[in-house]
Design a protein around this ligand. Structure first.
Ligand code: SF4
Ligand code: SF4
Length: 192
């Protein structure tokens, strides 16, 4: 399988996630963590995560570094798109709705997510329980304030996203993980 794309985005993935991770750790230190939960928020019951090109490049580069960017992974991404019809519009013509899907990086049971916290989507890091000891979610929320602060702290990221959209011919600002990762793969195969 091919090596990294060499797309270097500064500040680094770790720096861009540092404060979200700290907020998550603070909650966990106070006893509010996901350790007892089945991870329902990563399944089609509750997950409609969409990510930007910058987040997708972070994830792809990390998967490549872990030797996980291979034909098996690409097949699982395609299977996910097909199973949850992620490539089809959902809505009533006036508004589009997000489709839900079981994330291809979700490990059933207590293992949960298989992506490093330093490379996972911002929205995943910001989604946490409100109360301890949940086994099937139900009282969790996305910390929109933390996400807004993160965006403000990295003002050049919007330009980087636009640049990536153009060079990879991405017709959206955000997309479900399998869609945008497969589009990056398609684009990298077209590169001379
Ligand atoms: S990347 Fe991880 S935390 Fe985010 S939806 Fe997928 S499995 Fe869940
Ligand atoms: S407690 Fe909430 S945020 Fe944590 S894994 Fe369960 S559903 Fe997801």
């Amino acid at each position: 399988m091919e090596g990294t794309t060499g797309e270097k985005i500064n500040p680094s993935p770790i720096e861009r996630r540092r404060e979200l991770k700290q907020a998550m750790s603070s909650l966990a230190n106070a006893g509010t963590h996901c350790g007892s939960c089945s991870g329902v928020c990563c399944t089609f019951l509750a997950n409609s995560m969409q990510i930007t090109p910058v987040e997708a490049v972070d994830l792809r580069e990390w998967l490549i570094s872990q030797n996980r960017w291979n034909e098996d992974l690409l097949l699982s991404l395609k299977t996910c798109v097909k199973r949850f019809r992620l490539d089809q519009e959902l809505g009533d013509g006036r508004r589009s709705l997000r489709r839900t899907y079981t994330c291809p990086f979700y490990l059933d049971g207590p293992q949960g997510c298989s992506i490093s916290r330093d490379h996972k989507p911002y929205g995943c890091l910001a989604f946490n329980p409100r109360i301890p000891d949940q086994t099937e979610g139900g009282n969790c929320c996305s910390d929109q304030k933390q996400l807004e602060i993160r965006d403000q702290n990295f003002p050049t990221e919007a330009t980087q996203n636009e640049h990536l959209r153009q060079i990879h011919h991405l017709p959206y600002a955000k997309a479900p993980l399998p869609i945008i990762l497969l589009d990056l793969e398609k684009s990298s195969r077209l590169d001379p």
